[in-house]
Design a protein around this ligand. Structure first.
Ligand code: IMP
Ligand code: MG
Length: 298
């Protein structure tokens, strides 16, 4: 009696959290959450074999990832089961050629994510990352939307897009890729906090923007102090108009009121890196916006 009870308890201790059937699935869900990739668990069954009208065999992949339009089946380590799964996946591909499905061992997940642009970040490689706030797909969709809004407002005006180096490079590159109206691009650079007593322009614009329609492109607006300085500097050049397009707005921290005409995302008061943004010059190459672990920032 006592033995049976304790082995039951042991089984329960190992039981994966609902709705998962295996702990490997629960772990995959945790990885996907970490990267901000949306998932649905077993949302769809595909009929594989019929007797008359009756479905006698079906296959239900473990996960569907709507952002990647991809079904995932997580394999266990037992060979026999894998052979059976392989057969079902083959059949599924034959019957539903438009469906994307992958059979994965847990360790294959990272390689797969790398293929979709989540690559540089195995949690073991960058232990400083707390979580992904904005995944690549959402960044790309939103930047395209911003470009459509900018395009609609600036048609016929040939605006000059001004970026403040260095954080803005990825956002600027993606934004202008989506613009189909004539534009020009220019950059300036300012000293950062700690490089002197006040904000200095360390690189001014190369072009004369007097009488031009200037759109200032910023990575992130935090207190607003940097932006205020930059706007004053540009205003003095006598542009025909001056507006701001910011990818990220950390509104909760605003000290100086600055007008933002286009905003990609409002984000909570967390220090973020990736997609051009750095912490001590690192992480600019991550294809997403992620929050750093708090202990690093103290
Ligand atoms: P502000 O003057 O406080 O608005 O700061 C704006 C500048 O600080 C941005 O252009 C960034 O270079 C930097 N910054 C502010 N918040 C973050 C962050 O969360 N991650 C990385 N850089 C940031
Ligand atoms: Mg900046």
């Amino acid at each position: 009696m006592g033995v049976a009870k304790s082995s039951k308890r042991r089984r329960e201790a190992h039981r994966p959290p609902a709705p998962f059937a295996h702990s490997a699935e629960a772990e995959l869900a945790r990885i996907l959450d970490f990267y901000g990739i949306r998932w649905q668990y077993e949302p769809h069954s595909f009929p594989l074999r019929w007797e008359g009208d009756r479905v006698v065999e079906a296959f239900t992949p473990d996960f569907y990832l709507p952002d990647l339009d991809l079904y995932l089946e997580v394999t266990t380590l037992r060979g026999g089961l894998n052979t059976e799964k392989n057969r079902k996946v083959r059949l599924l591909r034959q019957l539903y050629p438009h469906i994307k499905v992958k059979l994965l061992k847990k360790r294959d997940v990272f390689r797969l994510l790398a293929k979709y642009g989540y690559g540089p970040l195995g949690p073991d490689d960058v232990p400083e990352i707390h979580r992904v706030l904005i995944p690549p797909q959402r960044l790309q969709e939103r930047v395209a939307e911003l470009a459509r809004a900018v395009e609609a407002d600036y048609r016929g005006l040939e605006p000059v897009l001004v970026g403040v180096l260095r954080g803005v490079i990825l956002f600027m590159a993606d934004l202008i890729r989506h613009l189909t109206i004539p534009i020009t691009v220019d950059f300036m650079a300012i000293s950062s906090y700690g490089q002197g007593r006040s904000v200095r322009i360390v690189k001014d614009l190369d072009e004369d923007v007097g009488g031009r329609h200037v759109l200032l492109v910023e990575d992130i607006v935090d207190t607003g102090m940097t932006l205020k300085k930059v706007l004053e500097h540009l205003e003095a050049k006598g542009p025909a108009s001056l507006r701001v397009c910011a990818l990220l707005d950390k509104r909760a921290r605003r000290l100086v009121d600055v007008p933002l005409h286009y905003v990609g995302f409002e984000i909570p008061d967390e220090f973020v890196v990736g997609y051009g943004l750095d912490f001590r010059q690192r992480y600019r190459n991550l294809p997403f916006i992620a929050a750093l672990k708090h202990h690093l920032l103290q």
